[in-house]
Design a protein around this ligand. Structure first.
Ligand code: SAM
Ligand code: SF4
Length: 372
């Protein structure tokens, strides 16, 4: 049976964080109702119903900000139209400010088995700077609630390149302190993203006026290195540039994206990749309601080769030599490969080529040299 992964976009938030330009909006209940009705129809009319679902990811926006009945409706629609792999990983993104113990218990009953909290930092000043709705204590409480509700597979997002501004003078490391607390709470997976200053956000405007509101690149790289050191010491596997997990807790859904598995995205701005075709829903509510796609593109063999190398080398999974050969590229013949192997940058293990994690930070330049 052919497999598929499912992404469901929930484009609603209770307020906007200062840095975020994701397709997420503060909306009235009427629009939410209309949206979830359309989402249900989109799922029920999806033509790939003969596929077995390996993972589902409710992302956003903030899926935990909407009534749990909406999530239930979507889970029911997926259940009706698809066959589930019995081990399917089902994740929901939650903001610590919009979770509740009751909601988490209900998610568990619905079959959701992984919670991903947007924490960003466990420093109240930093959280305020980012315009987050929750405090440090609320984020800690949310993780404890999730554990009490029976979740074992809990992830947290942290942000690199923001918390250190004032800490530089005190010599403390906010990011490492936050990570340490999260690990001690039993979080099994951490995503640590470099803060991106996105045009059109309040943070972008503030940054234009005063560049010193965030630390410089050199500092961000050094704190990233510290985080990698700290987490690997604690037994976390650095399985992708921004992702760390205890053994067996790697996010299967994201690994699927990096392996170029087929996936279907439902909802506003959601992207899909099925049978070599990539397409995306519109980011505009009206166009989405009218079924107008934002893009539709057949991926050529050359693009597939490039993507397999780019995505594969950014994670521990690596790239399969045979897969590339099937697509017509014999990477073994590329002289740069043997050079990188000799230099200890690339590891060759049977069929797999992997990038030494010490070089994740400079992966782009290495990847370019390995392309056909
Ligand atoms: C959809 S949000 C997570 C769930 C929920 N909306 C929340 O924020 O708690 C996904 C993650 O993307 C990251 N993110 C969003 N905008 C970012 C930016 N400009 N730079 C770096 N990371 C960003 C944040 O770490 C955030 O937790
Ligand atoms: S970071 Fe999360 S909560 Fe904040 S605006 Fe973006 S999607 Fe919403």
């Amino acid at each position: 049976m052919k497999k598929i992964r499912i992404y469901v976009h929930v484009p609603f938030c209770e307020s906007k964080c200062s840095y975020c330009d994701f397709a997420s909006f503060v909306c009235e209940e009427d629009l939410k109702k209309k949206y979830f009705d359309k989402l249900e129809k989109e799922i029920l009319s999806c033509p790939y119903k003969d596929r077995q679902v390996q993972s589902i990811y409710f992302g956003g926006g903030t899926p935990s900000s909407v009534e749990v009945t909406y999530i239930e409706k979507i889970m029911n629609a997926i259940n009706e139209n698809f066959v589930f792999d019995e081990n399917a990983e089902i994740t929901i993104e939650c903001n610590p400010a919009s979770e509740s113990f009751e909601k988490l218990k209900k998610y568990k009953e619905l079959g959701i088995n992984r919670i991903s909290f947007g924490v960003q930092s466990l420093n109240d000043k930093t959280l305020k700077f980012l315009n987050r709705r929750h405090t440090k204590e609320e984020a800690i409480g949310a993780i404890k609630d999730a554990k009490r509700a029976g979740f074992e597979n809990i992830s947290a997002d942290l942000m690199i390149g923001v918390s250190e501004c004032e800490v530089l003078s005190t010599g403390e490391f906010d990011l490492i302190n936050s990570a340490e607390k999260l690990v001690s709470l039993g979080v099994k997976h951490l995503s640590a993203y470099m803060l991106q200053i996105e045009e059109g956000t309040p943070l972008y405007n503030a940054y234009q006026k005063d560049k010193s509101i965030v630390p410089d690149d050199e500092y961000c790289v050094s704190i990233y290195d510290r985080l990698v050191g700290f987490l690997t010491e604690r037994g976390f596997i650095h399985y992708e540039i921004s992702n760390f997990a205890l053994p067996r807790y790697e996010c299967q859904h994201n690994l699927g994206y990096w392996k170029l598995d087929d996936y279907i995205g439902f909802g506003l701005s959601a992207h899909s990749y099925v049978d070599g075709i990539r397409f995306a829903n519109s980011r505009n509510f009206n166009d989405y309601f009218n079924g107008i796609l934002a893009s539709y593109e057949k991926i050529t063999k050359e693009q597939q080769i490039e993507e397999k190398i780019m995505l594969g080398l950014r994670c521990q999974e690596g790239v399969s030599i045979k897969d590339l050969q099937k697509l017509g590229y014999d990477i073994i013949q590329n002289p740069n490969l043997s050079k990188f192997v000799e230099q200890g940058i690339i590891n060759l293990n049977g069929d797999k080529i992997t990038l030494n994690p010490d070089f994740y930070g400079v992966s782009n330049s290495i990847i370019v040299d390995l392309l056909p």
